[in-house]
Write a protein that binds this ligand. Sequence first.
Ligand code: PLP
Length: 495
Amino acid sequence: MELNDLIKSFRTEKELNASPRPYFNHSVSFKKKYTADERMETLKRAGLNVFFFPSEMITGCDFLSDSGTTTMTDEQWAALHLGDEAYGSNRGYFLLAERIRETFGKKYFNDPGENRPNAFIFHQGRSAEDALFSLLGETGQNLIIPSNGHFDTTEANIRANKIEAKNLFSPELKDENSSSLFKGNMDTIRLEKLLAESRERVPVVFLTITNNTGGGQPVALDNIRAVAAIAHKYGIPLMLDACRFAENAWFIKKYETGYENKSIEEIIQEIFSYADGFTISFKKDGLVNMGGGLFFQDNGEFLKKYPDLPNRLTDYQIMKEGHPTYGGLSGRDIMALVYGLKTVTREEYLDHRVGQVRDFGDAMAKAGIPVLSPAGGHAVYLDINRFFAGTAMKPGDFGGIGLSALLLALYGHRACELGYFAFGSYDENTGEEKWPEVNYVRFAVPRLRYEKQDLDAAVAAVKALYDNRDKIPAVNVVYGKNLTLRHFKARFEFR
Ligand SMILES: Cc1ncc(COP(=O)(O)O)c(C=O)c1O
């Protein structure tokens, strides 16, 4: 038989429907061994707050966050050695400028020699947010910033500057029967109504891609375009919270009509062409452990509306972060980011990355566990209201907290409550709790870190808890019920 015919007589790799990972482990870390009793003892000492549980004792998967938890590539580790720690204009700064232009569009990083600053590097996303919102907060009274879903620290930074943070979730997000693949969209009807009634109170419109607070769900290009058109009609700039821009672009390529033959790079450029600027935490789709930024489109609506802001931002940066050419990052961090931004747009990386999260979500759903389905790009979200439906668990029992604590103590996996406790608030005057629209426990999957075997173990653990959900105890809040950002600080006990 001819070699060509021989090859054709076998099934192709694609037909096998079982492809290897597009990378292999370059270096690994062994875990220590701990028993469930030891974990429970330690967790009780931490007041059942999983944030205070020592990560060294996590024998399963650490799903607390996908932020800054990526395993870097060998290229990135090598690039660290090329870090230039000069105080001004380090080598990586120029490489990063080029990479930002290549990734998001030429207009997002003006040549430093032109003295028209529009690109601001920060040490992480929230410091970029603080810079932006503290300056915007000075532009008016009773301001409102609408979003398809503000992240918790974003919302906190907005509120700290006396601006109202408004979430305009898509109605499909809460509709269990909706087959929409873009449940992260903004509700454009509510946006139009808000701007028609109160345009002078809205300094910017925000769109978070993907929508972390909204179940990690993606936003369609169609929605991005529509939101931009509405905002611009009322003379308001559109900003993206772009932490997971590459994962969002992958969803557009796979599921939005007309984009199947476009490259990920082309889709990203189109997304950012509609925006006037963006905040970003590079700890997600920058594939680095630290880094953030604030970027404006040259000649975009934002800079037209706030022309003196770049100068004030530069002052802010110099006072709080460092010279604008390193902006709170070490030279080696910048070099790792230059390479991370390149890897993250590779289609085979994204196929694996988002595919892994989806498979994890599908495995949970197949086991009968109520998760937001299909899963978004970075995390699987347990729907806590459905999880405890039919049991005695009440909203004030904070079932998501009890469930996360037991999962960690019994099985060594750390997930994070993002629901009635994290997003709820306690009113000291009425003594009542205000419940948010969503009630989840989030399993954020770190990038390039875990294998199927790890995730299968987590599914089995959640299934064991689900089968015994009647036995999951309620919790008392022993400290911090009335605090802001309370989930980071509070302490609990099993009731
Ligand atoms: C959507 C979103 N925006 C902003 C942030 C804040 O970024 P950072 O953690 O780098 O401060 C996060 C981080 O988790 C996020 O998920």
